[in-house]
Design a protein around this ligand. Structure first.
Ligand code: SF4
Length: 366
């Protein structure tokens, strides 16, 4: 099967989608909803427990994510059904390589993030707050219709951090699943156990960014912690969510051979050697423009380290080199999936197994 997919195309608010209105948050009360996972404290102060920051928020102030606000002692989400971006993407762009390969996915983003990464590539929306933004009001019940009409097999919450969109995504994901479509999070993994368990009931796949394998990096460059991210990876796996990891390799920041080796060993031990891993090339961006792009030699060393650690499906992203985008049978080494950009050719797969040797391949597909 050869499935060509166009690069990201924006879904316009055209005549087919009259009910996708462009509106600012201030004018649209539907985008504000009482938050989940918070508790009142003294003097109208509240504490949020959605993510491991556990922000203590004074009246009229926001949490670190910028999208949860204490109004008169009640915590509100300011981004309920509020979309900054909506587009049709190939699922490979998330990246998810072992999940409905060749399918299109309706991709949605809002604003805000729990992290403050110096190297953020989506900082225009991740660092933005809802007020003052032009956001589209897209009710949860419309998503499956839009996705189906646009030829998408599922819906992904991506572009900014989806975990902070919990009140909307848990309702929307439930409806999307009921309509027979798949659901995806592309996330930094910063979410507490209870909300993760809640959303996981309706989530088919996650790509989690592991941004480094030492705490200092998370503290210095992301203003967060590594340990909760690793916990989320392990919990997601146990909850039965299809999991792939992305590790953006940044020269001089998170690329020592020992760090990469420890990361790969952890994946093998805690998540399993069949977990797909994407080592991705860094390009200077946002506040990290003083660091050069990742040399190909470093990425190749990451690939070797992962293979040495027994990881079966290792990919190199942003290098435009086909061999490291392809999927090979871990048993007989046959080419199973050939990828050119976002073109996908399922050459050697038959019903989830290698068509040459019959080995079962860890992949979700129809
Ligand atoms: S979700 Fe936002 S408000 Fe809640 S703890 Fe995390 S950063 Fe703070």
């Amino acid at each position: 099967m050869n499935t060509r997919i166009e690069a990201c195309s924006e879904v316009e608010a055209n005549s087919s989608y009259k009910n996708i209105n462009k509106a600012s948050f201030i004018e649209n009360p539907k985008m504000k909803k009482e938050a989940l996972f918070w508790k009142p404290m003294k003097n109208q102060i509240v504490q949020c427990f959605l993510c491991p920051h556990h922000c203590i928020i004074a009246p009229e102030k926001h949490g670190i994510c910028g999208v949860r606000k204490n109004e008169n002692g009640t915590l509100f989400s300011l981004i309920y059904q509020a979309c900054s971006s909506i587009a049709i993407d190939p699922i490979e762009k998330k990246p998810l390589y072992h999940f409905y390969p060749g399918s299109r996915v309706l991709s949605l983003g809002s604003v805000g993030c729990t992290f403050r990464c110096d190297h953020c590539q989506n900082y225009q929306i991740s660092m933005a707050r809802p007020d003052g933004q032009t956001l589209r009001d897209i009710p949860a019940e419309q998503l499956s219709t839009i996705a189906t009409e646009k030829g998408c097999a599922g819906v992904a919450w991506t572009y900014n951090e989806p975990t902070i969109w919990h009140e909307y995504t848990r309702e929307a994901a439930k409806m999307v699943k009921e309509a027979g479509l798949y659901t995806v999070y592309v996330t930094n993994g910063y979410i507490e156990e209870e909300p993760l368990e809640e959303i996981a009931q309706y989530l088919d796949a996650m790509n989690i960014d592991v941004k480094a394998f030492h705490e200092e990096f998370y503290k210095k460059f992301c203003k967060a912690k590594l340990a909760p991210v690793l916990q989320t990876c392990e919990r997601a796996k146990k909850l039965g969510v299809h999991l792939e990891l992305t590790y953006l390799v940044i020269p001089g920041r998170n690329d020592t051979p020992s760090e990469i080796k420890e990361f790969c060993q952890w994946v093998g031990e805690k998540l399993g050697g069949d977990t797909p891993i994407h080592f991705s090339r860094f390009h200077p961006d946002y506040k990290m423009t003083d660091v050069p792009a990742t040399p190909l030699s470093t990425l190749l060393a990451c690939h070797t380290a992962a293979k040495d650690a027994g990881l079966q499906y290792v990919y190199l992203g942003n290098i435009g080199h086909g061999d490291y985008d392809n999927t090979y049978c871990p048993s007989c080494k046959s080419l199973l999936i050939e990828r050119y950009g976002f073109s996908v050719d399922l050459k050697g797969l038959a019903q989830g197994a290698c068509s040459r040797c019959g080995a079962a391949i860890s992949i979700c597909m129809k």
